[in-house]
Design a protein around this ligand. Structure first.
Ligand SMILES: N[C@@H](CCC[C@H](N)C(=O)O)C(=O)O
Length: 298
């Protein structure tokens, strides 16, 4: 909810109150990535105008001064620091697994602790350090009901949803699993991820009418009961080297279809994540590397 003064302001005044890139002058940023999924993390703690779609697009633009898959804001939350997530196209997202590990690493570097907690758009995340650049994050419970993902039409069983690709009478891909990890995912199980033209059908499925908020689109190959190979077309970005929430969504979907157990190594183009869908509380735990490649002030 906007502060009272802004709610009462006329539209031009409201517009002027939004962040422009000049408002970032003097603020810190970090360039980080999780397995090649690249972020510019902007420190907005200590009070700042909120990030805007325009500013996020400018920072995300790879032909500009920065360029990344997601712009991540580190803000002051109620009692806990809060991460905000913006895709390169300026859209906001509810979750980002790789960035969650990076934010956790930054917070633990700052306070020297081996565990941390912070707020995200889809709830509080807890994380712990497993090594100098290796972090585990509790990504919470996946949401499996059609209206939670969300889907535009009721589906009793979201392990197979009504999406078909290719000629109507002879579809080549159909029936992906759908799941929300705080953001919507659909996962097609295929024989071989290398032969799939995700660059062609990713954008079609991302904007398929079954997904009113759009969707992150993955292809997953089951290599064994505890090994998955996954590639992802990210909503609001395109093909990325790794998507942490997609790795979680793929393991949850594979486990629901009894293709794997509840724990697997998930190999993405940029490297591997360890994912476990814990039996005892239904939470998904994601473990993997983070990398800091630069830092500075705007
Ligand atoms: N890179 C991310 C996911 C980022 C958000 C996604 N594109 C969406 O719009 O939901 C990850 O590592 O999970």
């Amino acid at each position: 909810m906007a502060p009272r003064a802004l709610m009462d302001a006329d539209p031009p005044a409201l517009y002027a109150a939004r962040m422009s890139l000049e408002d970032l002058t003097g603020r810190r940023y970090w360039r980080m990535d999780g397995l090649g999924n690249e972020f510019v993390i902007v420190d907005l703690r200590g009070g700042a105008r909120p990030m805007t779609a325009d500013a996020a697009r400018t920072l995300g633009d790879r032909s500009g001064a920065f360029g990344c898959d997601q712009v991540i804001t580190l803000e002051e939350g109620r009692g806990l620091p809060r991460m905000g997530i913006w895709n390169a196209d300026g859209s906001e997202a509810g979750a980002c697994g790789n960035a969650a590990r990076c934010v956790a690493w930054l917070l633990m570097e700052e306070d020297g602790e081996a565990a941390t907690a912070f707020a995200s758009p889809s709830g509080v995340l807890m994380a712990e350090r497993l090594g100098p650049h290796r972090i585990a994050v509790d990504m919470g419970e996946p949401k499996l009901r059609w209206d939670q993902i969300p889907l535009a039409e009721a589906h009793e069983d979201t392990r197979y949803v009504d999406v078909k690709l290719g000629p109507i009478d002879k579809p080549v891909l159909w029936g992906p699993s759908a799941v929300s990890m705080g953001n919507p995912h659909c996962v097609f199980f295929v024989e071989d991820v290398a032969t799939q033209r995700l660059d062609r059908f990713g954008p079609l499925v991302e904007h398929h009418p079954l997904f009113p908020e759009g969707v992150n689109v993955s292809v997953a190959q089951v290599r064994s009961r505890h090994d998955l190979r996954v590639r992802t077309w990210e909503r609001g970005v395109g093909l990325t080297k790794a998507c942490g929430t997609a790795a979680c969504a793929a393991l949850v979907s594979a486990s629901r279809r009894r293709l794997t157990g509840r724990k697997a190594n998930v190999e993405l183009d940029g490297g591997a994540l360890g994912i476990e869908w814990r039996e005892e509380d239904g939470h998904v735990i994601m473990a993997g590397a983070v990398r800091l490649s630069g830092e500075g002030t705007f």
